[in-house]
Design a protein around this ligand. Structure first.
Ligand SMILES: NC(=O)C1=CN([C@@H]2O[C@H](COP(=O)(O)OP(=O)(O)OC[C@H]3O[C@@H](n4cnc5c(N)ncnc54)[C@H](OP(=O)(O)O)[C@@H]3O)[C@@H](O)[C@H]2O)C=CC1
Ligand SMILES: O=CC(=O)O
Length: 341
C-alpha cells in the first residue's frame, strides 16, 4: 500500500511543501477535529493509501493537483480524457473508468458538475460503486442536494465501503491555493481518515453529522452568495445609471460593513463587462434551484432567492451558462433595456 508523504511526528518523513500557497510550509494534521480545523493542531497523523480523483473540471483539477504536489499517490479519471493530461504530467496514474479508480484506490474523491453526474459516476455502469469494497472510502465533494447525496451514500455503503459527503466553499483560486472550506457529513471515521487529505486541499473543515447536512449547509451558503451577487449587480448598474463611477462604488463597499472578498474580486471585471469563469453561472443557478427545493421541503419562503434564480435563468438563456456567475449582471442589463423600449 502506498503511503502519502505526510509528515509524521514519530518518523523522519520529508517536509511537505504546498507550492501553490506562495510560502512552502510543513503540513501537520489533526486527527480528530469534529468541527473545524485550520491545519496544525492536536496529534499528528499520516494518511496511508492510494487516492482516486474523479472529475477534473475547474475545481477537481487543482484539488487533485495539490494532492499530487503534497506527495499523494493519485489516480485520476475524467469523462473528457484530455483533462487528465496535466495531472498525468505531474505524476498521477490513469484508470479508464470510475470503477477502475475506486478498485485501485483506498479512498476516492469525486468532484462532479451536478446531482445527475454525481449519481451517474458513483452509481452508474462502470461507476465507482462497482470498484468499491469494505475498507475503501468514497468522498463526494460535488455540490448536490441532500436526497442525491443520501442515494449515493446508500449505494456506496451497500458495497461495504464508507461514504462521506464533503462539498466545498471556495472557488477556483482557493482550490488552487489549497484554501477550501470542507462541509462534511456522513461516516465520521472516514472523515478522520481523510482529514490529512482535506487539510492539503483546504483551510478548514466542518463535520456536520448525518449525510445531507453538508449538502444543506453548502446550498444555504450558495443561496446567500447568489443573492448577494444579484444585489451587487443591481447596485453597480444603478450607480452607473445615476452618473456615479461604479469603480468608486466597489471601493466604497470594500471599506464598509458590507465589504466582501467577492465584491472586491469580481467588481472591477464586472465594471469592464468581463466574466472570466471561476464559478460557472450554470452551477450557481443549479445551487439556487436546489436551495429553493430545500426551502420548500420545510415550507420556508425564500423570495429573494426565488427572484435571483429567475435572473440566473435569464442569463442562461442569453448564452451565459459557462461564463462566471458574475455575468448575471448582463441579464439585468437586458431587463433594463427591454423595460426602456
Ligand atoms: N467552480 C467553483 O467555483 C465551485 C464549484 N463548486 C461545485 O463543484 C462542482 C464542480 O464544479 P466545477 O469544477 O466548477 O465544474 P466544471 O463544469 O468545471 O467541471 C464539472 C466536472 O463534471 C464532469 N461531468 C459533467 N457531467 C458529467 C457526466 N454526465 N458524467 C461524468 N462526468 C461529468 C465534467 O467532465 P468533463 O470535463 O468531461 O465535462 C467535469 O469533470 C459543482 O458541483 C459545483 O457546483 C463548488 C465550489 C466552487
Ligand atoms: O460554490 C461556489 C463557491 O464559490 O463556493
Amino acid at each position: 500500500m502506498a503511503a502519502a508523504a505526510f509528515l509524521g511526528a514519530s518518523r523522519a518523513a520529508p517536509a511537505l511543501l504546498l507550492p501553490s500557497r506562495g510560502l512552502p510550509r510543513r503540513l501537520l494534521v489533526s486527527a480528530a477535529s469534529s468541527s473545524s480545523s485550520s491545519g496544525a493542531a492536536g496529534g499528528v497523523v499520516e494518511f496511508q493509501g492510494k487516492v482516486g480523483f474523479l472529475g477534473l473540471g475547474i475545481m477537481g483539477a487543482p484539488m487533485a493537483s495539490n494532492l499530487i504536489k503534497a506527495g499523494c499517490d493519485v489516480t485520476v479519471w475524467n469523462r473528457t480524457k484530455s483533462k487528465c493530461d496535466p495531472l498525468l504530467s505531474l505524476g498521477a496514474k490513469y484508470e479508464p473508468s470510475p470503477a477502475g479508480v475506486a478498485s485501485s484506490c483506498d479512498v476516492t474523491f469525486a468532484m462532479l458538475a451536478d446531482p445527475q453526474s454525481a449519481a451517474e459516476v458513483a452509481c452508474g455502469a462502470n461507476g465507482a460503486a462497482e470498484g468499491l469494497a469494505p475498507g475503501k472510502g468514497y468522498v463526494d465533494v460535488s455540490t448536490v442536494d441532500g436526497a442525491t447525496s443520501k442515494l449515493i451514500g446508500e449505494h456506496i455503503t451497500s458495497t461495504g465501503a464508507s461514504f462521506l459527503e464533503a462539498p466545498v466553499s471556495g472557488s477556483k483560486k482557493p482550490a488552487e491555493d489549497g484554501l477550501l472550506i470542507f462541509l462534511t457529513a456522513g461516516d465520521e471515521s472516514l472523515y478522520k481518515r481523510v482529514a490529512p487529505l482535506l487539510d492539503v486541499m483546504g483551510k478548514s473543515r466542518f463535520y456536520l453529522g448525518d449525510v445531507g447536512n453538508g449538502a444543506a449547509m453548502k446550498l444555504v451558503v450558495n443561496m446567500v452568495m447568489g443573492s448577494m451577487m444579484v444585489s451587487f449587480s443591481e447596485g453597480l448598474l444603478l450607480s452607473e445609471k445615476v452618473g456615479l463611477d461604479p469603480n468608486t462604488l466597489v471601493e466604497v463597499i470594500s471599506q464598509g460593513a458590507i465589504s466582501a472578498p467577492m465584491f472586491s474580486l469580481k467588481g472591477p471585471s464586472m465594471v469592464k463587462a468581463a466574466y472570466p469563469t471561476a464559478f460557472p453561472l450554470k452551477h450557481q443557478q443549479k445551487d439556487l434551484r436546489l436551495a429553493l427545493a430545500l426551502a420548500e421541503s420545510v415550507s420556508q419562503p425564500i423570495p429573494t432567492v426565488a427572484a435571483a434564480n429567475e435572473l440566473y435563468k435569464a442569463a442562461k438563456s442569453l448564452g451565459l451558462a459557462d461564463h462566471d456567475f458574475s455575468a448575471v449582471i448582463e441579464a439585468l442589463k437586458a431587463k433594463v433595456e427591454n423595460s426602456q423600449q
